[in-house]
Every structure is written in C-alpha cells, then in structure tokens.
Ligand binder design. Structure first.
Ligand code: HEM
Length: 468
C-alpha cells in the first residue's frame, strides 16, 4: 500500500499524510466490521453460529473498541502532520525515518491486536485491553511522533495559534496517561485494588481528554485553513476550550468513580467542568461553521463535506450534552449504570462528534492534497458522499435513540425489581439493523474516497479524472 502512495508531484510530507489517512480509515473499517459482528452476536441464532465458530461478543468487543480508538488517534495524527507539512514545508530525512519506524511499530501493534485479543491474551482493562508488549510499541511510536511535532513547533511556541497548544498538550498527555494506565503492572498496585481503580479511571479520563484536545486542534486548524479566518485560532472561546479541556482532563475521571469513596464536592467539580467544556465546544464549532458558511456563500454554493460534517457534529454535541447532563445526576446515574444508555453516550460521542469532525477534516485535507476541483466534485464532495452522510446520520439517530430507550427501560425495571417487558425482545434485531445501517453508510463514504488512496498519482494529475 505504502509503495503505491508515491504519486508524482506529491512531496514526502504529503505522502506521509496520505499514509496516515489510509491507515486511520483502515482501522475504522476493522472497527466497523468487528462492531457489526458484535451486533450480530446479539441475535440468539446468529450468536450460536458465531460461538460454534469460536467467536463471541467478549472477543469482538475489545477488538472493536481498540480499533475505534486507533481510528481516532491516527486520524487526529493525520491532522497534525497536515499542519506540519503546510507550515514547515518539506520534511527532513530524520522526520521521514521517525515516521517509518512509528508506522511499522503501530502496524505491528495492530497486527498483534488481531492475533492476541481473540485468543484471550488481554490485559482485562477497559480501553487498554492490549498485552503490555503491544502497548509498548504504541508508546514508542507515539514518542517518535511527539519528537517530530515538538521539535518543529517549539520555536516561537507561545506566538502560535491555540490549536498548536492543543496538539502539543494532547500528544504529551497521551505519553503520560498511556504509561499511567499501565500502573497496574506494578506489584505495589496489585496489592491496592482501590488505588488501582482510581489510577485506572484517572488515566482513562486523561486519555480521552488527550484525543479530545487533538480533535479540537484539527477542527480549529481546518476551520482557519478553509475559511482563511486566522482569528479563529486566537479567539477567546478557542482559548477557553483549551483551558477547560485541560482542567477537565484532571477532573473527568470522577464520572467513573461515583462508586468509590470520594468527597461529594469532587463530583460537583467534575460535573460543572465537563458541562462547561461541552458548552464551549458548541460555541467553538458554531464559530467555525459560521466562518466556513460565510466563505462558501462568497464562493461556489455546492455541497461541502467538511462544513456538513462539522454542522452535524455541532447539533449532536448539543443533544449528547443534554444526555450527559441527565446521566450525571446521581440518582439517574445509579439508574442507568451498566445499561446501554452509557453506550449511547460513549459510542454516540465517538461517532457523532469525534468521527464526524475527523471525517470533515479528512475531506479538507484530501481537497488540499488533490486540489483539482473536478476531483473534489467527483469524489471528495460527490453526491454519493452527501447521501452517505445523510443516511449515516439517520441510522445513527435511530441507533442512539434505541440504546437510550432500551437502557432506560432496563434501568427502571431493575430498580423496581420487575422483569424486563416483553417488547424488549425486539431490541436485538433493531440494534442489528440500525448498527448495520451506520456501518454500511460509513463504509460507503470511505469507498467514495478510496480511489484517492489506491491510485493517488492519477488524481493528482488534473486531466485524469475523466478516465476514472
Ligand atoms: C466509528 C464508529 C464506532 C465507534 C467509534 C464505536 C465505539 C464504541 C465504543 C466506545 C464502545 C464501548 C461502549 C461502552 O460500553 O461504553 C462500543 C461498543 C460496541 N459497539 Fe461500537 N462504535 C462504532 C460503530 C459501531 C457500529 C457501526 C456497530 C454495529 C454495527 C457497533 C457495535 C458495537 C457493539 C456490539 C458494542 C459492544 C456492546 C456491548 O458491550 O454489549 N459499533 N463501540
């Protein structure tokens, strides 16, 4: 694949960005496939067949969530490399070497995940399921990525736009947090289960905050590049988002440790900080979308995948904020704990906020790698892309509503001590249909962009679009 990504006219930095985009999309294809199989495992008959073949939901779940996380981190890294390439020009030989080693290490870790997780070689930890040897490969690859990024942005660091702070902090946070998440390997920790739980959730909270910072950075960077409005990168709300995101990285773990002994006021701090972050994020996305719309009104009024996906992410953010507010209220939190309402919140946020923003960023980055307007019309912002986004979103609304309704019903009946209502037997088939709908239209969108990754040289050449 990498060998094919050597089109004439593309410099080394651009090829690196394209390799990262292709790798991120590869991870999301794997995640969607494992997710779809997981949804199938909810159907009793299909589950039996899967079990006969030695496949269970317990094996599919960590594969699905591991590759979903890989998708988010790789996609965010693609945005950072796109920035380096635009801002600092041609990459050095050292950058290229680090990039190669980093991609080989991450690729080996990915292969390792596929060959270990299904065989039960797991850490047993939520979101950090991999064997520590694979984690080490990810960590070293990430350290090389940080080296390249920080060595370039460190000069005049404090004069740079806020998205550079976000990327830098997000990357360094990852190094610290990912290592901290493996503290369970220390013999000292093994003897202290309560401290183990506290450190585990503290590190998971910061890990989420680290990719959030990187996703926000990508959003702002693309917003500035696409609209030409530099003020977005220095605005008060963007800095507020950076500050509150930073603060939240230290407090958001409390949402997951309600069941551990801790002071009541900590819960309130965590609740207020998280809600503030979501509200400020809505304001920032609104500013970006407004700047993009102002630009497209001044230019050609055709469908634009980035503007559309950012706009959808903003609406989802408001809906999911409402859900997050509700489930953070302690009695309601107790009611829905361990039900599908939590999945609606976590999977919904990763799909409808993070993935939409990252896909929107890809649409812009691909547009700058393949600047021919005909490539944009025929592939990047094609009518097929528009319809895929529309249907993906419709199925996602149905999926999230279904998960909330089912989870809430289970929570209430569990509280009342009564059996689950009979109509809930309809949940698995609906879950399967809506989940497959989401997976299908997500994949359809990727297929629209696939030619750019399989034959980039052809599309870099302005005249070749008609022959494809
Ligand atoms: C990029 C898209 C996706 C992302 C980022 C994502 C992310 C996640 C996350 C974070 C979880 C853990 C939820 C929790 O327990 O709190 C999860 C679980 C799951 N997801 Fe996804 N997901 C995606 C797409 C899908 C699709 C399309 C399907 C179905 C076809 C699916 C099926 C599942 C299943 C079956 C589980 C496990 C549920 C259980 O434990 O019972 N996911 N996903």
């Amino acid at each position: 694949m990498i060998a094919k990504l050597r089109p004439a006219g593309m410099d080394r930095g651009e090829r690196m960005v394209l390799v990262l985009i292709a790798s991120a999309l590869g991870c999301v294809v794997l995640s969607l496939t494992f997710g779809a199989l997981g949804a199938l495992a909810y159907m009793p008959a299909a589950s039996e067949t899967l079990l006969e073949g030695g496949v269970s939901l317990a094996q599919l779940r960590p594969l699905h969530t591991t590759f979903a996380s890989a998708w988010l981190f790789l996609a965010a890294a693609a945005g950072a490399y796109a920035y380096l390439n635009t801002e600092f020009g041609e990459t050095t030989a050292g950058d290229a070497w680090r990039f190669r080693i980093q991609m080989v290490l991450w690729g080996l870790a990915g292969l390792g995940a596929i060959f270990t997780l299904p065989f039960g070689i797991v850490s047993g930890r939520e979101y950090l399921a991999l064997h520590p040897a694979l984690s080490l490969m990810i960590w070293v690859g990430w350290a090389l990525f940080c080296w390249t990024f920080i060595s370039k942005v460190r000069r005049e660091f404090f004069a740079r736009p806020v998205y550079v702070y976000m990327w830098s902090v997000g990357m360094l946070f990852f190094l610290w947090t990912f290592a901290e998440g493996h503290a369970y390997l220390l013999p000292w920790m093994k003897q202290r289960p309560l401290a183990d739980l506290q450190v585990q959730w503290k590190s998971c909270g910061t890990l989420v905050a680290s990719f959030n910072q990187m996703v926000y950075a990508g959003l702002l960077y693309i917003g500035v590049q696409k609209s030409g409005d530099e003020s977005l990168g220095h605005s008060r709300s963007a800095f507020a988002l950076f500050g509150i995101g930073l603060l939240n990285s230290f407090t958001n773990y409390v949402h997951h440790t309600y069941h551990l002994p801790q002071a009541e006021f900590l819960k309130w701090i965590s609740f207020v900080v998280s809600m503030l972050e979501v509200i400020i994020l809505v304001i920032v996305i609104k500013e970006v979308v407004q700047a993009l719309r102002a630009k497209s009104l001044a230019g050609v009024a055709i469908f634009d995948a980035s503007t559309s996906l950012f706009g959808l992410a903003k609406s989802w953010n408001m809906c999911l904020l409402f859900l997050a507010l509700l489930i953070s209220i302690p009695p309601l939190n107790t009611l829905i704990h361990g039900t599908h309402v939590v999945m609606a919140h976590s999977m919904g946020s990763e799909l409808a906020i993070d993935s939409y923003i990252l896909l929107g960023s890809f649409a812009f980055i691909l547009g700058s790698l393949f600047p021919d307007p005909k490539v944009g019309e025929a592939l990047i912002h094609a009518p097929r892309v528009q319809s895929s986004i529309r249907f993906l979103n419709v199925f996602l609304v149905c999926l999230v509503v279904l998960l909330v309704v089912e989870g809430l019903t289970i929570g209430i009946t569990r509280y009342l001590g009564s059996p689950a209502p009979e109509w809930l037997i309809a949940f698995p088939p609906f879950f399967l249909v809506f989940g497959l709908g989401v997976a299908f239209f997500f994949l359809r969108l990727i297929v629209c962009w696939l030619p750019l990754m399989l034959a980039p040289a052809a599309f870099r050449n302005r005249s070749s679009i008609h022959s494809n």
